[in-house]
Structure formats: structure tokens, C-alpha cells
Design a binder for this molecule. Structure first.
Ligand code: APR
Ligand code: PHB
Length: 391
């Protein structure tokens, strides 16, 4: 029977980053991934990294391309009632910034580093099941190349996302908190220069939310809020570009460079947390334990902070034979998770149009936006959450 120290379920950002940090500390891991590497890399996800995440990539020894190709942002802009308002994020947080670097590229860097180190990742591992994690000898069973395999380990890290088996394996022991939003995001990726290369632009118009982001200086990422029952085929490129322009201020709308979409998809929005994040020798990290609406760009960054806490606790266990970090992992991770959940919910509530807002509610939203961009205290609160609260 194959044995390792930490069995990691899932080769997304959480699983790969955990594997890399543990490897740097001399701890053996095996990653079991349901899909192929190409499938994992084919997922289009967010692309805004907090400094915490950038620092972790450096700690893992794989920050080179991120620093070479990522774009540092010192500000964001809010567009409402036809006007655009800068929020000087760096100036309000003593110089903290965010970096635009696609999750796909971050995952690619992590995969390449793992492969270069000759570390085992089993792709197309099917029917993964978790056993014995409530005792001293966890075991992971899976199907690969038509054979049932067993992996004995000291610990299991459930990094298998929202639809994975890890949280499902403890479904009778978790408390779930969820909020589903009454709209989706229609996202478009296009190889055109971003309209605002140095500031992510968030819009709230009477037609709904919009977002102007980027993946590089030649690849842009845009979103518009859309009804949950919309279908991607309802949205031609031209309809998308026209709608996006309608939701921005005239100057920005005029400057949008359009082009054929290379990816177009609709994603629902939800807030979700499963508590606790530890069950004996099974630890949940990343989307396996929590989901945020993408407005605050926190999903990837929360996966990174979970991995920071979990890797430190596992390293402490092996080096110092101490269980302190492992015993405190869930409470420590959840404290940061809930603050990011709050921020993501707040920014989503502020920047989107809801069917049940009503006239009074709309005036409140207008007043909060006006207060936000004209109060240093309110802008500072936005900025310090946007760049990421301390670990
Ligand atoms: N067995 C093995 N692997 C699985 C299983 C399973 N039963 N179920 C899911 N997986 C794999 C998925 O194929 C995926 O590659 O686990 C991985 C989970 O990766 P993510 O869903 O990307 O989650 P995470 O690594 O926590 O990263 C969170 O990704 O989804 C975005 O918005 C999210 O930016 C955030 C980030
Ligand atoms: C993205 O580039 O995909 C992105 C940027 C900022 C967000 C959400 C998504 O708040």
C-alpha cells in the first residue's frame, strides 16, 4: 500500500500551493485530482491577488513569473450615476496593493513547480473516498487506470472545492451557512487591451453591476450582472459590449476596446461557509470549506490564507511534535474567512441591483455610495478589506 505524510485531495490552487509549501519543508505529499491537468488549467477564474497570496507564492519559491507578468494595482474605481470615483487603495493602506495575475497562470506555475520537483500528482483519480480520519491512520481509496488504489497517510487535506468529496465525507458533522444571490455574472475574456490597466473598475448603474478587469496588458476580463435564467447563447459579443458600455461613465464607455470573446460564461453568486474546517485528521481548505461572491476577489486569496495556516500547523506538527497549530487551524481560518465573507457580501450588496430593493432601498444604496467615495474613513475601510486583512 502506498504511503505518504499528507494526502491532498484536489489539484486546484489550494491543493497545489499546500503541496509546494509542505515540500519546501520536507514533508511528503500525494495529490489526487479527479480531472486532467489540462481540464484544471481550462477553468477561467478570478485574477486579483492580495499581498498575502503574492508573499505565499514567493515563500513557495514560484513568484518569478507572477512578478514579471502580474500588474500591480494601487487603486480601484467606482462608477455610479454616470461618474467615476477613484479609491486610492495604496494611499489609504500605507502602500498596500493588489496584483492582477490570472488564477490559471498561478495554477500553471504551481503545476510546473510540482512536476519539476518530481512530486506525485495522480490525475484522473476517480471515486476518491476518505477513511479512518477520525483515528490515527487515515486512508484514501481511489480508482486509477481501472485499478482500486489505497493511500495511507498521516493527514488528509480536503482541497477539492465546493463539489468535492471531503466536505461531503463529514456532511453530518458540519454546520453550513449559505446565502444565494438573485442574479449571476456574465463574464467575457477577450484579447484586447484593458480599458483601465491600473485600476479595476466596479460599476453600479440602473441596469446593474459591471466590472472592468484584466489578465494582462493585452487580455481583458469584463463582467455584467445578469438574470439567473439568462443563457450564454442569449448574449452575442455585440450585445455584451453594448450592455457593458451602457453601465459605465461616458468617458470609459468610449474607451472600451472590443473584440471577439475567447471565453464567455455565466456564474451564479453565493456566500457559503462550512464549520468547522477540521475533523480529526481531515482538514478542509479553500472552496471545499467556503465560497464568496466574486465581487471582492476573495476566493483565491482565502484559499491561500487557509493554506498558509494549514501548512504552518502541519510543519509545526512534524518539526516540533506539537498539535497546537492543528488544534487552532479551524478557528483561526474561520476568523479570516468570515471577515472576507462579510466584505464580499457588503460589496456585492452595494454594487448590484436587487429585485426587492424598492425606492427607499435604492436611495440608501445611492447614499452609501456617495458617503463611501467622499469619506476618508469609509474609503479606508473599503481599501483595507480590498487589499486583504492581516493574517
Ligand atoms: N476527487 C479529486 N479531486 C476533486 C474531487 C474529487 N472527488 N472533486 C473536485 N476535485 C478537484 C477539482 O477538479 C479541482 O481541480 O479539486 C480541485 C478544487 O479546486 P478549486 O475548485 O479551484 O478550489 P480551490 O483549490 O480551493 O481554489 C479556490 O478556485 O474555484 C476557484 O473561486 C475559487 O478562486 C477560488 C479558488
Ligand atoms: C477578475 O479579474 O476576474 C476579477 C477582478 C476583480 C473582482 C472579481 C473578479 O472583484
Amino acid at each position: 500500500m502506498r504511503k505518504t505524510q499528507v494526502a491532498i485531495i484536489g489539484a486546484g490552487p489550494a491543493g497545489l500551493l499546500l503541496g509546494q509549501l509542505l515540500h519546501k519543508a520536507g514533508i511528503d505529499t500525494v495529490i489526487l485530482e479527479r480531472q486532467t491537468a489540462d481540464y484544471v488549467l481550462g477553468r477561467i477564474r478570478a485574477g486579483i491577488l492580495e499581498q498575502v497570496t503574492v508573499d505565499l507564492m514567493d515563500e513557495a519559491g514560484i513568484g518569478e513569473r507572477l512578478h514579471a507578468e502580474g500588474t500591480v494595482h494601487h487603486a480601484i474605481e467606482l462608477v455610479f450615476q454616470g461618474e467615476r470615483h477613484p479609491i486610492d487603495v495604496a494611499g489609504l493602506t500605507g502602500g498596500k496593493v493588489v496584483t492582477a495575475y490570472g488564477q490559471t497562470e498561478l495554477t500553471r506555475d504551481l503545476m510546473a513547480a510540482r512536476q519539476a520537483a518530481g512530486l506525485p500528482t495522480v490525475y484522473e483519480a476517480r471515486d476518491v473516498s476518505l477513511h479512518g480520519f477520525d483515528g490515527e491512520r487515515p486512508l484514501v481509496r481511489y480508482l486509477h487506470d481501472g485499478r482500486t488504489e489505497e493511500l495511507a497517510c498521516d493527514f488528509i487535506a480536503g482541497c477539492d472545492g465546493f463539489h468535492g468529496v471531503s466536505r461531503a465525507a463529514v456532511k453530518d458533522h458540519v454546520t453550513e451557512y449559505e446565502k444565494v444571490y438573485p442574479f449571476g455574472w456574465l463574464g467575457v475574456l477577450a484579447d484586447v487591451p484593458p480599458v483601465s490597466p491600473h485600476a479595476i473598475v466596479y460599476g453600479n448603474s440602473e441596469r446593474g453591476f459591471s466590472l472592468c478587469s484584466m489578465r494582462s496588458l493585452t487580455r481583458s476580463r469584463y463582467y455584467v450582472q445578469c438574470p439567473l435564467d439568462d443563457k450564454v447563447e442569449d448574449w452575442s459579443d455585440q450585445r455584451f459590449w453594448d450592455e457593458l458600455r451602457r453601465r459605465l461613465d461616458p468617458d470609459l464607455a468610449e474607451r472600451i476596446v472590443t473584440g471577439p470573446s475567447i471565453e464567455k460564461s455565466i456564474a451564479p453568486l453565493r456566500s457559503f461557509v462550512a464549520e468547522p474546517m477540521r475533523f480529526g485528521r481531515l482538514f478542509l481548505a479553500g472552496d471545499a470549506a467556503h465560497i464568496v461572491p466574486p465581487t471582492g476577489a476573495k476566493g483565491l486569496n482565502l484559499a491561500a490564507s487557509d493554506v498558509k495556516y494549514l501548512s504552518s500547523a502541519l510543519i509545526e506538527h512534524y518539526r516540533e511534535k506539537s498539535a497546537t497549530g492543528l488544534d487552532h487551524y479551524s478557528a483561526r481560518a474561520l476568523q479570516r474567512v468570515w471577515k472576507a465573507e462579510r466584505f464580499s457580501w457588503w460589496l456585492t450588496s452595494l454594487m448590484h441591483r436587487f429585485p426587492d430593493t424598492g425606492a427607499f432601498g435604492q436611495r440608501l444604496q445611492d447614499a452609501e455610495l456617495d458617503y463611501l467615495v467622499h469619506s476618508r474613513a469609509a474609503s479606508t475601510a473599503l481599501a483595507e478589506n480590498y487589499v486583504g486583512l492581516p493574517l
